[in-house]
Design a protein. Structure first.
Length: 181
């Protein structure tokens, strides 16, 4: 029996441009990724926006970064903007990115068009501290599996990591006037 595959009509709806309340719902280790300057270890931050799409689900926004807190790195720039202050020398020596899960923020988004697919997508341009009084919880999200660290070991695509809906990760105790991470 033949297996016929056809191009699917996309139902992707990009998040609207502008400033949005959001919560970090996942941090994914992408492993080593080849780029124009050679392979680099990357990670992806995934956010849920307060705004919802036509299906009543929260929009998501994502950004990928080289895993570095060096001066001039995009990750350091965005984390310092989000937390509202620079990292100390001690903090730069080791920062647990899992602390970001459950932390609220504001995202400034703009629309771009993919050169390869022609589809419009929302790009995060700035991450800012959460608006005073805004506390979003992660809703209906299952964490993405991380690639295996062991050489030759198969990744487990069925593995799902749940975000704790009660505690909301490491960010449960911060208040509007403190640094959230």
């Amino acid at each position: 029996m033949p297996l016929v595959i056809k191009e699917q009509e996309g139902h992707f709806e990009p998040a609207p441009p502008g400033l949005h309340s959001a919560v970090c719902c996942d941090v994914v280790d992408l492993g080593m990724v080849d780029g124009k300057f050679g392979p680099k270890r990357k990670l992806k931050l995934i956010f849920q926006l307060k705004a919802k799409n036509k299906q009543g689900e929260r929009f998501q926004a994502r950004a990928s970064y080289t895993q570095s807190l060096m001066e001039g790195s995009n990750l350091r720039r965005d984390l310092e903007s989000w937390r509202g202050r620079a990292f100390t020398d001690v903090e730069r020596k080791g920062f647990d990115v899992e602390k970001l899960i459950g932390v609220n923020c504001q995202l400034s988004l703009k629309h771009n068009v993919s050169k390869s697919t022609g589809r419009t997508y929302a790009q995060i341009t700035v991450i800012l501290p959460a608006a005073k009084g805004e506390k979003l919880l992660v809703e209906g999200y299952q964490r993405e599996p991380w690639p295996s660290e062991e050489p030759g070991a198969p990744s487990e695509p069925g593995t799902v990591y749940d975000v704790d809906p009660i505690d909301e990760g490491h960010a449960a105790g911060y208040d509007d006037d403190s640094v959230p991470f």
